[in-house]
Design a protein around this ligand. Sequence first.
Ligand SMILES: Cc1cc2nc3c(=O)[nH]c(=O)nc-3n(C[C@H](O)[C@H](O)[C@H](O)COP(=O)(O)OP(=O)(O)OC[C@H]3O[C@@H](n4cnc5c(N)ncnc54)[C@H](O)[C@@H]3O)c2cc1C
Length: 347
Amino acid sequence: MTNKIWVYIDHFKGKAIPASWEAIGAGKSLAEKLGGGVTALVFGQNVEDLARQAFASGADDVLLGDDPVLADYRPEPYAALLARLSRASQPEVILFPTTVRGRELAAMSAVDLKTGVMPDAVALDVVDGAVIVTRPVYAGKLLSQARCSARPQLITLRGRVFQAPAVDTGQTGSPTRVDTSGLADTVQSEVVEYIHGEEGVSLTDAAVIVSGGRGLANNPSLTPPAGMDEKQAEVWRAQQGFQQLGELASVLGAAVGASRAAVDAGYIPYEHQVGQTGKVVSPDLYIAVGISGAIQHLAGMRSSKTIVAINKDPDAPIFKLARFGLVGDLNEILPQLTQAFRQKLGK
Ligand SMILES: Cc1cc2nc3c(=O)[nH]c(=O)nc-3n(C[C@H](O)[C@H](O)[C@H](O)COP(=O)(O)OP(=O)(O)OC[C@H]3O[C@@H](n4cnc5c(N)ncnc54)[C@H](O)[C@@H]3O)c2cc1C
């Protein structure tokens, strides 16, 4: 019998996105309520090892689409394969991690399957056989609960919210290889090249994030190199600030985030931006340094488990959300904090 709950395993070149294993954890909780087991969908080329990892992470079955046409993620053949499998086996629920690829594939598959998508779930429940999805709306000010009347119910899951099952390499199985013929006919795009972004800890997977805002440019004691105009001097100061922030991040093994004001001012590249128009993160610890706490920023980090804010303005809105607040000049606090963590962690 085919399982009712399917989980799409998102990966890049065979390396799984951790949220894929969290999705298996969420799938297993649903399966306890809906009955049956969890089937993992592994698409790619030479991805048998991912199938093995999916079994070790708790999948009861794996549908393996292994084909050169699936070597690079492209929405057309991936969605075509997913829709073909879904029509044949009629799962009740398909879970995806809320990654760029996961969102795209869920949306495209929903069109193919004439069903709906409920994106960015932070909680799942089952009522009368339907999955009730809780998801933040209005920049996280409200939580909405939704259900989908069509089948399958396509749901993307926010990263670092659901618990991944403990890996047990003793759990093994044989993946079911699926027919991939004809997928090449669906392809309309070609991956020309991958360009390396910055190395470092991925923001969305990070357990700890140290984030900087416009306040990092505010260090009048620093004298910029001669010949800089006011704007260049501001960016230079901010970059010294981000360097200091990077030291704290490196001691904590953290990723570096930023506010949009810092990104727009050219202090740091866009891939670091947290917020409504940046990345949505849920780390265990989020340290906001020189960030005021505008609603659009909060939309991206509100679900962090512990928030610490460093700001010289005691009325900054970030303090309303922060568990711990340090009111003072970040230029004094940051080096002390870094040194204290260095000693504490023996680094
Ligand atoms: C449609 C839309 C989408 C947006 N999307 C995003 C988004 O995705 N992410 C995002 O972040 N913003 C977003 N914004 C922008 C948002 O509204 C704010 O403008 C932005 O978050 C402010 O960034 P900031 O906190 O770094 O700067 P500011 O608001 O200028 O705050 C700087 C803070 O630093 C403090 N400070 C200054 N000097 C020091 C010092 N020496 N020591 C300690 N503290 C100091 C100040 O007290 C202040 O609180 C969006 C806005 C719009 C309209």
